[in-house]
Design a protein around this ligand. Structure first.
Ligand code: FAD
Length: 226
């Protein structure tokens, strides 16, 4: 899996701070933006995070290229509706030698891995045969497994990203989407540390675990370390 932050709103923190300031000011947004220095922005953004006043965070967008995740993972990702997606098409791009994700639980056992790889090869052979026989890629793809790799571009605003991290950086989230979410969290915290201050699984970002009996019970120190 490769996760890249392709682009994001320039001066994202300043833009969000100016938008928030506008709510309580007679001055127009352009002047507030021009007059917004780092210190003012930091104070304001910290206040917003503390009070949970996240609507101004919607003015900052972050676009990621995510390559080499499974279709199982991308299916979970696209359940997040407040986002924009562009995904490699299995209608227009033929899966001539499809790559696939191998979970660690299968990779670490030689017998399991052998069976898994043999089945992937069988699927590839059958797919190729159908395509050679004139079946369109859009129909031949019905054979392809959840493991099949895909590439996707996703754009989310900072508010939705914080929500996404609360759900998907959680130990209860499935390992692949959790790895992806953790990589995205790291990139956003480097790009806009104030917007993502304290972001992460809900136990960290909101001080609450919603998992009830399924709580990982790892404790905040261990979760923070991860
Ligand atoms: C650990 C885990 C296990 C899961 N297991 C399953 C499962 O077994 N089966 C399954 O189907 N899904 C499962 N999901 C997916 C989950 O149900 C959500 O679809 C997914 O996490 C998207 O979250 P969301 O709806 O909060 O967020 P988003 O789509 O990212 O939306 C963000 C927020 O906007 C608001 N919102 C968005 N759209 C609407 C709307 N139409 N109406 C009202 N408010 C809206 C909500 O407040 C929502 O929380 C699982 C998720 C996790 C993290």
């Amino acid at each position: 899996m490769k996760v890249t932050l392709l682009t994001y709103t320039p001066d994202a923190e300043k833009a969000v701070a100016a938008a928030a300031r506008l709510c309580y000011s007679a001055t127009d947004a352009c002047d507030l933006y021009e007059g917004m220095d780092d210190e003012k922005a930091e104070k304001l953004l910290q206040k917003l995070v503390k009070s949970g006043h996240y609507s101004p965070f919607e003015h900052a967008n972050f676009t990621f290229a995510i390559d080499g995740i499974s279709r199982a993972c991308s299916h979970q990702l696209v359940r997040h509706r407040l986002a924009s997606y562009s995904q490699k098409s299995q209608r227009y791009v033929k899966e001539k030698a499809f790559d696939y994700v191998v979970p660690a639980s299968i990779r670490r056992d030689e017998e399991r891995l052998k069976k898994y790889e043999a089945l992937m090869q069988q699927i590839q052979d059958c797919y190729d045969e159908l395509v050679e026989d004139g079946v369109q890629a859009e129909d031949a793809r019905y054979l392809l497994p959840n493991a099949c790799e895909t590439n996707i571009v996703v754009t989310m605003n900072a508010r939705e990203l914080r929500h996404f991290f609360a759900l998907r950086c959680c130990s209860r989230a499935q390992w692949e989407i959790r790895a992806m979410a953790n990589a995205m969290l790291k990139l956003t915290q480097e790009a806009a540390p104030l917007l993502f201050e304290g972001a992460g699984p809900s136990c960290i970002s909101q001080g609450i675990c919603y998992e009830g009996d399924m709580c990982c019970k790892k404790g905040l120190v261990e979760i923070r370390r991860r």
